[in-house]
Design a protein around this ligand. Structure first.
Ligand SMILES: NS(=O)(=O)N[C@@H](Cc1ccccc1)C(=O)O
Ligand SMILES: [Ca+2]
Ligand SMILES: [Ca+2]
Ligand SMILES: [Zn+2]
Length: 321
């Protein structure tokens, strides 16, 4: 489990308990389901947050994914913060009520439960990143290099099983990735993808990143200048609210097979990565639990702005949808 100084972070079971408690406390706002199983058989839990949550209403849908990388424990706390903010705040905050009533928000707080449990199993952190799926030479596929848009195209991932950025033997070979793919694919209703926007939460560096990651070019097939402008305008506006640095993800380094590139490339979902606190390698992946409240609440206004534009991101540059 988490060592002393870090017990405020949620392990897999504590996350499940928190989700179940949310259902108990707010049965008219949330519905809990699993999108399937991790490699080692843990449920990939997903909470739906909306009015009439048992009904598929014609409302823009939003996806939040957290803890794809095992050691990035602050990110599960970010998903739990969003859940708390938009359930506990519903009765008293009209802005929150309006957003919950007019959107359907899907939250997957722990994308990589096997990796999380492995990272904390000995009581000392192991700096584990990947999932726990064996490969021909080692263990672990990087879930953020295993998506099937421009998979392995461009030197933004590794073919070596021991690498931290191992892309897997094929796209979607990681069960955790395949299960989220399957869920997103079910949200194509009448030929229209219902999910409009997405944030994938990572640590660290305090960045807001948008596609594409596989090319340095600002525009590329399926991402024109207007769309690039909408991505950067919303990205910059959110960065002004949380103090992170906004940039196209390839300005950081080239990546291929990321969730962002697949969600945009295949589904035209406005997909961002937020790299949370800290800015640098001290304390890097392992800030003590005393920072959780501050560093999750730091994103409250950016998340609110994001949800407000989730019906039509190009509205931020004066376009209609
Ligand atoms: N969280 S991190 O340390 O793994 N960094 C991320 C950064 C990242 C995330 C999404 C697109 C491009 C780059 C990564 O997947 O490499
Ligand atoms: Ca609804
Ligand atoms: Ca819907
Ligand atoms: Zn990460």
């Amino acid at each position: 489990d988490f060592p002393s100084g870090y017990t405020g972070y949620h392990n897999f079971q504590e996350t499940v308990t928190e989700l179940n408690q949310t259902v108990t406390d707010h049965p008219n706002l949330v519905r809990l389901s699993s999108v399937g199983k991790s490699y080692q058989g843990r449920d990939l839990w997903m909470l739906k947050l909306s009015d009439n949550p048992a009904v598929d209403e014609n409302e823009p849908e939003v996806l939040f994914t957290c803890n794809m990388h095992a050691r990035e424990h602050l990110t599960v706390e970010m998903c739990l913060r969003i859940i708390k903010q938009y359930t506990d705040g519903y009765a008293t905050n009209p802005t929150i009520k309006n957003l919950v009533d007019s959107r359907e928000i899907w939250i997957i707080p722990m994308v990589n439960p096997d990796g999380v449990e492995y990272d904390i199993a000995t009581g000392s952190f192991r700096s584990w990143r990947k999932n726990r799926q064996p490969n021909s030479t080692a263990v672990g596929t990087d879930p953020n290099r295993n998506w099937g848009y421009q998979w392995g195209c461009c030197g933004g991932s590794s073919s070596s099983g021991s690498s931290e950025t191992y892309r897997g033997p094929s796209a979607f070979s990681a069960p955790e990735v395949a299960r989220i793919r399957d869920f997103v694919n079910t949200r194509v209703v009448g030929g229209v993808q219902q999910i409009k926007t997405h944030i994938d939460w990572h640590t660290y560096s305090e960045l807001i990143l948008w596609p594409y990651g596989y090319t340095y070019n600002d525009t590329a097939p399926g991402l024109d200048a207007t769309q690039a402008s909408a991505f950067s305008t919303l990205g910059r506006r959110m960065a002004s609210l949380n103090g992170y640095t906004p940039q196209q993800s390839s300005d950081l380094y080239i990546t291929d097979g990321t969730i962002n590139d697949w969600l945009w490339g295949v589904h035209k979902i406005w997909s961002y990565t937020f790299e949370m606190y800290p800015r640098s390698s001290s304390p890097g992946f392992y800030p003590r639990d005393t920072v959780i409240a501050t560093e999750t609440q730091r994103n409250d206004s950016a998340v609110e702005l994001f949800l407000s534009y989730s019906d039509c991101v190009p509205r931020i540059i004066g376009r209609t949808c």
